[in-house]
Design a protein around this ligand. Structure first.
Ligand SMILES: C[S@@+](CC[C@H](N)C(=O)[O-])C[C@H]1O[C@@H](n2cnc3c(N)ncnc32)[C@H](O)[C@@H]1O
Length: 203
């Protein structure tokens, strides 16, 4: 699992460049490599606080940008936010009402670490499954997704589940990820379309 953000060189660079966290560079790397966001796309960003991915997204599309997080996200011009749990159907409905057609779902959410490796890994994988289900229930056919995950138990199963819903699926280690972290991004392009039977834990 990754460690919490620290005040290292990349963090200081992010602050100097006006980003809310170093995570901004991870999305920039994903976009440079995979071009998952097109200039008119509507984007939903799950686990978006404090908002550095939202800052990057706002520069990449003229479409709608909406962030969801358990914690409030300080406002960003031209960005909608929802405070809530991405695993709930209420939040899914709110997002659909606000965004309408969703072209891209991004998920950088990670659960609060308990320090128990197996438990934290299981929760991280569970959150990934929920993000996949969120995407499958809200996203337009042909849409793209990128989600954070962690290598370890059940990661392979999550990856296989993503492959059932997208034509192209890759994994990607960003250079901006801390050394020693098991963090890995799943990048999925060209959503096959909603089948309504994604495994997950939506309430
Ligand atoms: C690493 S931070 C995201 C950083 C963000 N991408 C950025 O650039 O600022 C992970 C976030 O996931 C959120 N999160 C975790 N579980 C969540 C859930 N079930 N629903 C919504 N947000 C969640 C946390 O509150 C936290 O803010």
């Amino acid at each position: 699992m990754g460690s919490q953000w620290g005040k290292d060189k990349v963090y200081r660079r992010a602050m100097n460049e006006g980003f809310r966290s170093r995570a901004a560079y991870k999305l920039q790397e994903i976009q440079e490599r995979f071009s998952i966001i097109r200039e008119d796309d509507n984007i939903v960003d799950l686990g978006a606080a404090p908002g550095s991915w939202l800052q990057v997204e706002r520069t990449l599309t003229k479409g709608k940008v909406l962030g969801v997080d358990l914690n409030p996200i300080p406002s960003i011009d031209g960005v909608m936010t929802v405070v809530g749990d991405l695993t709930t159907s209420e939040v899914q409905q709110q997002v659909k009402d606000l965004v309408g057609v969703v072209n891209v779902v991004l998920c950088d959410a990670s659960p609060k670490l308990s320090g128990h490796k197996c438990y934290d890994q299981a929760r991280a994988i569970g959150l990934g499954e929920d993000a996949l289900m969120f995407a499958a229930r809200t996203m337009k056919q042909g849409g793209n997704m990128a989600m954070k995950s962690f290598q370890g138990e059940m990661f392979h199963e999550l990856l296989e589940e993503v492959k059932k819903h997208f034509y192209v699926v890759k994994t990607f280690h960003t250079k901006s990820t801390r050394r020693g972290s098991t963090e890995i991004y799943i990048v999925a392009k060209n959503f096959i379309g909603s089948s309504g039977d994604v495994e997950g834990h939506i309430q």
